[in-house]
Ligand binder design. Structure first.
Ligand code: ADP
Ligand code: ZN
Length: 429
């Protein structure tokens, strides 16, 4: 199903001419923002130099730090009285940055989310429980207005009180939920404790943080949903930037609204389709806070193959931010790899924490994971066996020796929003 079939399936010539027109408008719109005025002057370029889409490479990158330097309103392209809403980023990697929206921006954004949700087959007949923070986090109001635009019945349950969330799903006959994958995992545990199997649920939209395909299978099994990956970031409106279609093999990004480049993060050079690098996006439809070549810090690639659904080129699932990567004794480790290993071991639960310390100048990684009672006899010898198994499986995948601590079920923290499972204590020493 399509929300805006024409825009979603634009063929390359029409798409490129629309992108170029919108790129030119965007470059005009930013020229009075202090940061871009300086950058354009330094590079001796002006909006008139943008004649083809390739000319985008003449333009400067924008980094998160630039937005931090412009805190709070330095990147607004319109007077404050035209800004009707302000959000901030979650601040996962440092000081939160500010984003502003005009009335038109809010409408554009809601339409992009309506495209995503319509793409996976939800309609005005669906009942939607939105279990994310409704404050400054863009996931709450963002999905809320997108779902209302479609005409779904929206339950703005926000986060917290998981038992009550489950009762609402049951009592209201909720069909579609949105939350972080970490929270979905917690939700499924509590539902199990309550002996609720939530038969009306059919669609789970999970995003805002990386999650593995193993996690997808676990969530689908436990919640009885088909799970879709949703990617976005506040600087590019919020959620709705890229989203899986029913093929669930890569995420569609709306090329009429976001101009995509994948670059080598070290050299800034443009990479080809099928090559992994940093996602750089120039939003083409933002009014209050247009940005040029925004470096998302997220790692992905543009997929070479088209999609059976008829929409444009997809992004591969995002495995994590380039700065999520841990370097332990010289070995690169993504927290998502640890999750992947643990989820495949039935003797342990799906909650874990990772601690990194520097002991005698050596990096040491400790993984704490909950034991799964249904696979544990209670015998001490059994415990040692499980622990050895986890150490071995982690070693096989990461090629790294780790210390594994098995802990009581329910003893590790649960997360309502984005999970923070890695505590790097090396800098404290
Ligand atoms: P912050 O950058 O402070 O966390 P946001 O709430 O705007 O603020 O989060 C955007 C970031 O969240 C993205 O840049 C990306 O790193 C991560 N993210 C969002 N959705 C996904 C997803 N589906 N898969 C992987 N990472 C995601
Ligand atoms: Zn598709």
């Amino acid at each position: 199903m399509f929300w805006d079939k024409k825009m979603e399936t634009l063929k390359s010539k029409d798409l490129e001419s629309l992108q170029l027109k919108r790129l030119k408008t965007t470059v005009h719109a930013v020229q009075d923002i202090g940061f871009y005025r300086d950058q354009f002057a330094k590079a001796e370029i002006s909006p008139a130099d943008i004649k083809t889409l390739d000319d985008v490479e003449k333009l400067p990158f924008t980094r998160k730090q630039d937005l931090r330097d412009g805190y709070p309103f330095g990147f607004f392209a319109v007077p404050l009285k035209q800004i009707v809403r302000i959000h901030t980023t979650s601040g996962t990697t440092g000081k939160p940055t500010v984003v502003g929206y005009t009335r038109k921006d809010l409408d554009t954004w809601a339409n992009l989310i309506a495209r995503n949700m319509t793409m996976i087959g939800v309609t005005e007949d669906d009942i939607f429980q939105n279990m994310v923070n409704y404050g400054m986090f863009t996931g709450g109001l963002g999905f809320h207005y997108g779902a209302e635009k479609i005409g779904m019945t929206v339950i703005p349950s926000a986060t917290g009180n998981t038992r009550r969330q489950i009762e609402m799903i049951r009592d209201f006959g909720v069909t579609t939920i949105h939350c972080t994958p970490s929270y979905a995992m917690h939700l499924s545990e509590v539902a199990e404790e309550m002996h609720e199997d939530l038969p009306t649920l059919k669609t789970g939209i999970f995003g805002a943080e990386p999650w593995s395909d193993t996690m997808r299978h676990t969530l689908e099994e436990r919640l009885g949903v088909t799970a879709y990956d949703s990617y976005g970031m506040s600087e590019l409106f919020g959620p709705g930037v890229a989203f899986e279609c029913p093929e669930r093999n890569g995420l569609h990004i709306w090329h009429d609204s976001y101009f995509v480049e994948i670059i080598n993060p070290k050299t800034g050079e443009r990479l080809s389709d099928g090559e992994r690098g940093e996602l750089v996006v120039t939003p083409l439809v933002k009014e209050a806070m247009p940005l040029i070549r925004y470096r998302t810090g997220d790692v992905t690639m543009l997929m070479e193959d088209g999609c059976l659904c008829g929409r444009g080129k997809k992004l591969a699932r995002l495995t994590g931010r380039s700065d999520d990567m841990l370097i332990i004794r010289g070995i690169n480790v993504f927290p998502s790899q640890i999750e992947h290993v643990l989820l495949r071991i039935p003797e342990v639960g799906n909650q874990f924490m990772v601690y990194i310390d520097r002991i005698n100048h050596l990096d040491e990684m400790t993984v704490e994971v909950e034991i799964n009672r249904s696979h544990f006899s209670g015998e001490l010898a059994d415990l040692a066996k499980i622990q050895k198994k986890v150490v071995k499986e982690l070693h096989d995948t990461l090629e790294l020796r780790t210390t594994v601590k098995l802990v009581e079920p329910g003893s590790l923290p649960r997360f309502e929003g984005k999970a923070k499972r890695v505590i790097d204590r090396r800098s404290d020493m």
